[in-house]
Ligand binder design. Structure first.
Ligand code: HH2
Length: 402
């Protein structure tokens, strides 16, 4: 018996360790390493000329390209494509494509960037005073100063209780605190900026004072964000993905990081019948467009984090699918924030009706999201989430041993 087993090689380090074990010389390893890692890259609206050239060049590079059936006989103008190849095949294909006419050069450059973004690991969130290294999964503790939030509504309306909760979260290991004063749960009604600020101000004042970690404000209203930043908040978490141009302008005038979240529709009606033809494709296209709009208006891309918006215009199946393929969003090259804590889809899977019962499910979902590439996990139950993620991070960082 040869004891055959399929290797689970997730990182270059894993591949290297196996090659070393076999006895491959150091100088021979890079070639073999690039053959050990496979990538499928999807592109949209590719013209028939570029699609045909991409396929020919990939076949010659040791991979293949899937295209629509009318592409090879020129009966179809444009197509989605899926490029299939090892990293070695891409390494050959990219320079070949860049020498080709039409849009081939731009197409190859986009693929090259997506591949680099997908694999690149550590970066940081550039908070003005102290950048936060993303060398482990960060927990963003949530405090809602609202009467109606789906999980903690009414608990922290009294400023003293909210500030005490934020302090406890900090002590439990929250790397960022996120304070919100308007619920965006499904069916919630918006509140005006005056009311939102009236709730937020005393809590934010108390939390910012003496906080050892950066404080984020969960708002989509530029006037509330401006006041919060003036009071000492150092991040904006916008669940509408910077829909309001005044929010983009505000960010351009400051140097704080911001979370750009995907939402289909608005909270009042978003859960009525969410629909997607291509879930991850639409979410990444939307986030890409929002990043571009912000950048064009003067908000440095390096300050922006992206969030697929679990539960915001998504069915249970959509949420599960996003978590299962979260890593695809890494192609955008920005840190990923995910909020799964106590959300309805966990209740639907486990049969637990109330948000407080959903701790175990929330920990499983947070751990999975982090394993699939999330850098920041938004959580109500900070202490257990930090502990769960410590175990996950230890597994991710485990050194391959003989
Ligand atoms: N989820 C909620 C609120 N803000 N922000 C980001 N970036 N990502 C999320 O998933 C997210 C978010 C909803 O949760 P919560 O704040 O607890 O509830 P409510 O909106 O009812 O206050």
């Amino acid at each position: 018996m040869f004891n055959a087993r399929v290797l689970a090689l997730r990182t270059e380090g894993d591949v290297d360790a196996e090659l070393a074990h076999v006895g491959v010389q150091t100088k021979g390893r890079p070639i073999l390493r690039s053959k050990a890692q496979f990538r499928a890259v999807k592109l949209y609206q590719v013209g028939y000329r570029e699609a045909n050239i991409a396929k020919q060049e990939m076949l010659g590079s040791g991979g293949d390209v899937a295209t629509g059936k009318g592409i090879s006989d020129f009966t179809q103008e444009a197509t989605e494509v899926v490029i299939l190849g090892t990293l070695q095949a891409y390494r050959r294909w990219i320079p070949r494509m860049k020498r080709q006419p039409f849009q081939c050069r731009a197409l190859a450059a986009e693929v090259e960037e997506a591949l680099r973004n997908y694999s690149d690991q550590d970066s940081s969130i550039p908070f003005p005073r102290h950048p936060l290294a993303l060398d482990h999964t960060l927990v963003m503790g949530v405090v809602n100063v609202t009467p109606d939030s789906f999980s903690d509504g009414g608990r922290f309306l009294e400023p003293g209780a909210a500030v005490a909760e934020a302090r406890a979260m900090e002590a439990a290991g929250a790397a960022i605190l996120d304070i919100g004063a308007e619920s965006t749960r499904p069916g919630s009604m918006p509140v005006d900026a005056g009311e939102e600020w009236r709730r937020l101000e005393p809590v934010l004042r108390g939390v910012v004072e003496g906080a050892k970690v950066p404080v984020s404000v969960d708002t989509y209203k530029p006037e509330v964000a401006q006041r919060a930043l003036d009071l000492g908040a150092s991040m904006v978490n916008d669940v509408t993905g910077l829909r309001d141009v005044a929010m983009v302008k505000l960010l351009a005038r400051t140097d704080v990081p911001a979370v750009v979240m995907h939402m289909q529709g608005d909270p009042r009606t978003m859960q009525e019948s969410p629909q997607y033809a291509d879930l991850l494709g639409e979410i990444t296209a939307h986030l890409r467009e929002r990043l571009h709009a912000a950048e064009t208006a003067g908000v440095g891309r390096e300050r922006l984090l992206v969030d697929p918006g679990i539960g915001f215009g998504k069915t249970v199946e959509h949420n599960l699918q996003i978590l299962s393929r979260l890593r695809e969003i890494r192609s955008l090259g920005r840190p990923i924030v995910v909020g799964v804590s106590r959300k309805g889809f966990i209740g639907r899977v486990t049969g637990q009706a109330t948000p407080e019962e959903r701790l175990a499910g929330s920990l499983a979902a947070a751990t999975l999201a982090a394993r699939e590439g999330a850098h920041v996990v938004r959580a109500h139950d900070v202490a257990p989430t930090v502990l769960a993620l410590q175990v996950l991070d230890a597994v991710i960082k485990a050194k391959p041993s003989p």
